[in-house]
Design a protein around this ligand. Structure first.
Ligand SMILES: [Zn+2]
Length: 510
């Protein structure tokens, strides 16, 4: 047989093999599902009370929380009057919690709150549910209702903190209040930690709580905090909403670029000015983006978990990322949101130079903000930046940095399973998948206490709603707020079960 025929036969065989693998992967890779209801009935947990749209008691508790302007302006600069008022509000709104002999309560760093709910079996490792009571500032311009009014309109509660994160603070405590009222005694001890300065780094609140727990030699089974949500319509080709559990969090590196040149008159300029040198450096780091990291973080798990739910032909592609990863990565990097999942992003945020129109600027400075992909470190990013700029006249200094958080166990950890099951109990049929949390949360302060840090809020958002976070017209629907309470009501019970043995149907190794 001539050599070209050998090549053709080999090519045909390889193609058939590829097609067979693609077909098998497409047919067998299905979304992991937890069959929770059988378990639910078997262990006889309490069912959450029905809450209808005009159940004014629950709504008014969240509305009151929103009307207290617990604003964090900058590190150490908070509205302390409002924070004190918030403490009084908690005491008044949740009398059962504050009088229960199962609950130990303390304030931490004056305005943060730590509740310990004693479990029946004190030998078991406790877990922690976190939220934060502070909010970012809000000017009334552009709002349909004043940001601290807690207005109720068209089935929505409006106001700063209704999505971030007072719905969790109040929802969590409301769920615990109802459970204690029903005589509930948890099998396992858990903590509720409510920080007061998350929006400015959590250095006083969550960090002090973590230090306190550490001094008491407490380690945690898992931590659940804010950070990821239920997203509907945000992933091309996926019709169903998906609850994303954030299993890691991007890191951050902020650097200053500085060029010093001799001052002088603009009539006799040198070949290059400080502004020109800095501009070229900035231009180079914008043009040469950080490397693609698709497949090295949980973004690949997210797509594989959801593979069977994508419409044709995306389902085939997502089921065969072993082959199509480069294609998918190129597709994702085309939009800012997709790009933020697959690499360390680069944002030039400040540029200062010059003081007079006929004087050469002696100094030119720029600030660059990198959000680090979980597969990279701050040092690696810094080295790459130096290499890309390759100009000794550009002085590079680090302003601040935080490493990406480690990827928490996916699918197997008791915390991940409990959160998944509580989601599916609250939102029957909901898809659940792991993902990256793009923003920073308080979870970083708890990383010394557990390797299982999860981020999820049971908030149901369309892509347009994402602009409401830290933006104008922040709001939550009454229905969704009730679902928040139910989620925590379910989770607290599921997470403490002794014979916690979910029935999983998972047809393929991921
Ligand atoms: Zn938040």
């Amino acid at each position: 047989m001539p050599q070209w025929r050998h090549a053709c036969v080999l090519l045909a065989a390889l193609t058939s093999l590829f097609l067979a693998i693609i077909l098998i992967r497409t047919v067998t890779l299905s979304t992991p599902k937890c069959t929770v209801h059988a378990l639910w009935e078997r262990i006889g947990l309490l069912t959450p009370p029905e809450m209808d749209e005009d159940d004014s008691e629950f709504i008014s508790t969240l509305v009151q929380a929103v009307t207290i302007p617990t604003v964090s302006h900058s590190k150490d600069v908070y509205n302390t009057t409002a924070m004190r008022e918030f403490t009084a509000f908690l005491r008044k709104s949740f009398p059962t919690i504050f009088s229960s002999n199962l609950v130990t309560y303390e304030t931490v760093a004056e305005y943060s709150h730590l509740f310990k709910v004693q479990g029946l079996d004190s030998q078991r490792t406790p877990y922690l549910l976190a939220a934060h009571l502070d909010v970012v500032p809000a000017l009334p311009e552009g709002w349909e209702f004043p940001p601290f009014s807690g207005a109720l309109q068209g089935g929505f509660i409006y106001g700063r903190g209704t999505l971030d994160d007072k719905q969790s603070v109040v929802g969590l405590l409301q769920a615990l209040e109802m459970l204690l009222d029903k005589g509930f005694k948890p099998e396992k001890t858990f903590y509720i930690a409510i920080g007061h300065d998350e929006e400015v780094g959590g250095l006083d609140g969550a960090r002090s709580i973590a230090t306190l727990l550490s001094k008491r030699n407490i380690s945690l089974d898992f931590v659940l905090d804010e950070g990821s949500i239920i997203l509907e319509g945000g992933i091309p080709g996926l019709k169903k909403p998906v609850a994303i559990i954030g299993v890691t969090e991007k890191g951050m590196l902020m650097i200053k670029l500085r060029v010093n040149q001799k001052p002088g008159h603009s009539s006799m300029p040198p070949r290059e000015t400080s502004i020109g040198i800095l501009s070229r450096a900035v231009s180079r780091i914008e043009e040469q983006r950080m490397p693609l990291m698709f497949g090295l973080g949980p973004e690949k798990d997210l797509l594989e978990y959801l593979a069977s739910e994508f419409s044709f032909p995306l389902g085939i592609i997502m089921s065969n990322l072993w082959l199509f990863s480069p294609l998918v990565a190129r597709f994702l990097e085309r939009t800012p949101s997709g790009n933020s999942l697959v690499r360390t992003t680069t944002a030039v945020t400040e540029f200062h130079a010059g003081m007079k129109s006929n004087v050469l600027a002696p100094v030119a400075e720029a600030t660059v903000n990198f959000r680090i992909h979980p597969a990279q470190t701050a040092d690696e990013v810094l080295e790459l930046v130096k290499h890309i700029i390759s100009d000794e006249r550009v002085n590079i200094t680090t302003i601040s940095s935080s490493e990406p958080l480690p990827i928490s166990p996916i699918g197997t950890d008791v915390g991940y399973i409990a959160i998944t099951e509580a989601i599916q109990e609250t939102f029957p049929g909901m898809l659940v998948a792991p993902g990256i949390c793009i923003g920073a949360t308080d979870t970083k302060h708890y990383k010394g206490l557990t390797s299982a840090l999860y981020r999820f809020n049971p908030i149901w958002n369309h892509p347009a709603d994402l602009l409401r976070y830290h933006g104008i017209n922040e709001r939550i629907s009454v229905k969704n707020y009730h679902q928040n309470i139910k989620f925590y009501f379910n989770l607290i019970q599921i997470a403490g079960q002794h014979d916690f043995a979910p029935v999983h149907s998972h047809s393929s190794e991921l």
